[in-house]
Design a protein around this ligand. Sequence first.
Ligand SMILES: NC(=O)c1ccc[n+]([C@@H]2O[C@H](COP(=O)([O-])OP(=O)(O)OC[C@H]3O[C@@H](n4cnc5c(N)ncnc54)[C@H](O)[C@@H]3O)[C@@H](O)[C@H]2O)c1
Length: 440
Amino acid sequence: MADRYLNFTGTAPGRFLTRRLGLPQPAPLRRWSAEHPSLDGPLLRLTAGLSALKGLDEALARTGLEPGTERPAAVVLDATGVADVGALAEVHAALHPVVRSVAPGGRIVVLGSAPSATDHHQAAVQQGLEGFVRSLGKEAGRGRTVTLVRLVRTDSAVAAESTLRFLLSPKSAYVSGQVIEVGETAGEPATDPARPLDGRTALVTGAARGIGASVAETLARDGAHVVVLDIPSAQDELAQLAERLGGTALPLDITADDAGERITAALPEGATGLDVLVHNAGITRDRRLANMPAERWSPVLDVNLGAVLRTTDALLSSGTLNRGGAIVATASIAGIAGNVGQTNYAASKAGIIGLVRSLAPRALAEHGVTVNAVAPGFIETRMTAAVPLFIREAGRRMNSLAQGGLPVDVAETTAWFADPGSGSVNGQVVRVCGQSLLGA
Ligand SMILES: NC(=O)c1ccc[n+]([C@@H]2O[C@H](COP(=O)([O-])OP(=O)(O)OC[C@H]3O[C@@H](n4cnc5c(N)ncnc54)[C@H](O)[C@@H]3O)[C@@H](O)[C@H]2O)c1
């Protein structure tokens, strides 16, 4: 469903009228394309506090952005060494003079460190950065985004490289107001950063349409052989997609008891297991709890959570998931904020967050596999097109970017998690929601 309001505010009379009426001013967001893969403008690097971070300039150089101060498209502030209230003032001093000059659609990335369990002054100000970043995200406007990346290791920027490459590119257009922790384990850097999934196999559930189809397309763009899975009645769309992407179609209801074995059996000849597992299939059966019969409760919990748990367990225990691989599950901001009529859906999506937090450290230690989740906000798909007009309009506008996201925004975030260079990103739940007010 097209966002007509966004199109209207893109015209001169539309801009004039909506400004006069004090209505939201969504800026058109630019997504990644092969012709236009970078942000439009230079990168400005700043520091606050006493930083011990090494290798940041080298990591930033590999984003392809040129250093510069004039109308920066990206500002990276190293605040890893901010450890007391005095040093926090340096954050203000660094960003206050430049924030207005950031190009429309630009990025502000603050690098912080993990709040300390033993130094409450450091913990206070590092937590303070979270409030700072979330507030600046709400103020930034004109399609600018603001993110906090917390480094567990503050002496080397190597582990953060794939995350910086994602955040400082058009691929993260709809990710704002987020806190992302980068752990110690650096992933293997991809041999070809343009095709980090070359030679790898990815499975995407619910891939016949919407977000799943976009995820499959994006992972194929990054070099993966994609196995696209959806219910048997979606077989035709699935076959067309698989053909277009040079992948494999797997018509299968993911709630089948033997789904894990069927997936393993469907892997293409020559594939030595699965490298990327994307749990995207999901359904809604909305009703207020008082009106919700068990028939509307159970399928939602089974598709969105039960099947995710079963297939994850089956593919990990059978050794189908290769070391260096990634599991990406799909939560939702409804699982964070709750939603009227969605006790079933929100329980299933909050369950995904619980799964990620519990399994991630063990899966990495025992299987060498990362486990993360995307939590989409309002994304323009058939699922949200079915939402009644006024609720739909509220969902679209009630975020810092004043518009809905596109399936490709969730797909790009998934591709960043799936990148072998993102081995240091584990146990994260990243909202792709334009900094939605819901659950903020
Ligand atoms: N669209 C949004 O705004 C939004 C917001 C938050 C979360 N999400 C989540 O993102 C995911 C994709 O959403 P979408 O908007 O693309 O939905 P969609 O309804 O357009 O697509 C979902 C796909 O999953 C498939 N599917 C459903 N049950 C299945 C089963 N048992 N086995 C295999 N495939 C099955 C469907 O056939 C469909 O192709 C879902 O998990 C959804 O909950 C979406």
